[in-house]
Design a protein around this ligand. Structure first.
Ligand code: NDP
Length: 307
């Protein structure tokens, strides 16, 4: 039976930063990176707003650097996903990939968030055949083609401008008559000639044939139903927190975000801390996730000292 002082779940900015701080505090942290090592940032393009990188850095590059720093300081970073958790008593029991059991004196949950889909049967049918929630992963396949991006937030604007650099034309399907995105991102969209915004539109169906997506059927608020021809259909309508494995013990809000105590990373379970997007419905930035990972490691250190 393996018992660790500090188990960190998640290989994104929150998890790696927690690992850096926990290593320096001699907590000998073990990190399980989950199914997407590096987290959501590995699916983004250049990051221009992470301090310390004057000319920006790629999402993958930032994550590789953070991970290397954590490893250099002594963190034990492992591949594997948590498939079961029992947080009813300490040490907490976690099952990795349905097989290995690890017991943890303290637990830092930094499992992030996952892209949302619209929930249409046709969207499921063509997932991987033209339907995607990651423009930077799949955009390459649509060079000089026409695609649609659903959503009006910063992610949708970022993905649309990224795709506009590769594709012949990009439609943005926006359900209201305004974008939710920041002014800077809106301006980028406005200044990109091959992006056309379809305002007040909801997708009724993704259209396709045996080779994949061929279009989308849209319903405009005025009642008009019309089809657009597209080769790719990208979702950028937000995320949901990956808290399902823990919400039997750990308090979550109505959207599933883990509730933490004030400015700390403490959950309602003593010895369990949460960091990053799984507990942050508001900011969801790499820098805020990293900062909350730091807080979680410091909180875990303090907790262990008091035992
Ligand atoms: P948001 O929640 O900000 O935006 C989601 C968008 O999708 C909204 O326009 C919303 O419409 C739309 N939407 C939601 N559900 C549906 C649906 N069922 N059908 C159609 N449209 C739908 O999510 P983001 O992922 O864009 O951003 C999350 C956070 O990350 C934000 O805080 C953002 O600022 C940040 N971010 C920052 C970046 C940066 O600084 N470079 C880059 C990317 C994200 P409606 O507006 O009508 O609700």
């Amino acid at each position: 039976m393996e018992t660790v002082n500090c188990l960190i779940i998640g290989g994104g900015p929150a998890g790696y930063t927690a690992a850096i701080y926990a290593s320096r505090a001699d907590l000998s942290p073990v990190v399980y990176e989950g199914i997407q090592p590096g987290g959501q940032l590995t699916t983004t393009t250049d990051i221009e707003n992470y301090p310390g990188f004057e000319n920006g850095i790629s999402g993958q590059g930032l994550m590789d650097t953070m991970k290397a720093q954590a490893v250099r300081l002594g963190a034990d970073i492992r591949t594997g996903a948590i498939t079961e958790a029992d947080l009813s008593k300490r040490p907490f029991k976690l099952v990795i990939d349905g097989e290995k059991e690890v017991y943890a004196q303290t637990l830092i949950i930094a499992t992030g968030a996952t892209a949302k889909y619209l929930g249409l049967p046709s969207e499921i049918k063509y997932r991987g055949l033209g339907v995607s929630a990651c423009a930077t992963c799949d955009g390459f396949f649509y060079r000089k083609k026409t695609v649609a991006v659903v959503g009006g937030g910063d992610t949708a604007c970022e993905e649309a401008t990224y795709l506009a650099g590769l594709c012949k034309k990009v439609y943005m399907i926006v359900r209201r008559d305004v974008l939710r995105a920041s002014e800077a991102m809106q301006e980028r969209v406005r200044n990109t000639e091959n992006i056309e915004i379809l305002w007040n539109c909801n997708t009724q169906e993704v259209l396709g044939d045996e080779y994949g997506v061929t279009g989308a059927r849209l319903l405009r608020k005025d009642g008009e139903v019309f089809d657009i021809a597209v080769d790719g259909f990208f979702l950028a309508i937000g995320h949901h927190p990956n808290s399902e494995l823990f919400n039997k013990w750990v308090a979550v809000d109505k959207e599933g975000y883990i509730v933490t105590d004030g400015k700390t990373s403490k959950t309602n379970v003593e010895g369990v801390f949460a960091a990053g997007d799984v507990q942050d419905p508001l900011y969801r930035q790499a820098i805020t996730a990293a900062a909350s990972g730091c807080r979680a490691a410091l909180d875990a250190e303090k907790f262990l000292k008091m035992q």
